[in-house]
Design a binder for this molecule. Structure first.
Ligand code: FE
Ligand code: ZN
Ligand code: FE
Length: 179
């Protein structure tokens, strides 16, 4: 593979991530709205703010590369979002929360794989500033994933015993659930 080819692949992968992150900017508010646990809801909203910053980092990188971030739709993220929204229509309350965590962790792992790939390419291409920016995002994705694992411990137990009150209190119930 020539250097030029790897640069093109790098740009294509960045475009894919740009699409993926923008899809999550739209999906995370719906996931937050669907969550019953206050802690889970605020975790989604915090990650929404981080995700907006991740979009900006990608824009910074595209500026430096003098390329457009547009032109690709991440079909992988589209599928993950679609599966996640199917959960929202099929489950309720604590069980839905457990399902939302499962869906969100799939998204984080998908992003972690994508950023790992572009970081390796950026390193080879000598784009050190871009490596740093991408590593910041990768770290946020890993931290988000760990936070979800932490939250799942109580939420999965609550999902197994749906009648028990969750430690955070009742949280939001069925009203206002995203479709
Ligand atoms: Fe992200
Ligand atoms: Zn993709
Ligand atoms: Fe993420």
């Amino acid at each position: 593979m020539t250097h030029q080819d790897l640069r093109q692949l790098y740009i294509d992968e960045l475009k894919d991530l740009y699409s993926a992150e923008n899809q999550m900017v739209k999906a995370l508010p719906k996931m937050a709205k669907a969550a019953s646990s206050e802690e889970l809801r605020s975790a989604f909203l915090e990650h929404l703010e981080e995700t907006k910053g991740q979009v900006e980092r990608l824009e910074t990188i595209f500026d430096a590369l003098e390329e457009s971030p547009k032109g690709k739709k991440c079909a992988g993220m589209e599928g993950l979002v679609k599966e996640g929204s199917e959960n929202i229509s099929e489950y309720e309350e604590e069980v839905l929360d457990a399902a939302l965590i499962g869906a969100a962790q799939r998204v984080e792992h998908y992003e972690i794989a994508g950023y790992g790939t572009v970081i390796a390419f950026a390193e080879l291409l000598g784009e050190n500033q871009q490596v740093s920016l991408l590593q910041e995002t990768l770290q946020e994705e890993k931290t988000a994933d760990e936070k979800l694992t932490e939250l799942s411990k109580d939420i999965n137990v609550a999902a197994e015993h749906p009648s028990a009150q969750m430690s955070e209190g009742k949280g939001k119930r069925k009203a206002g659930r995203a479709a």
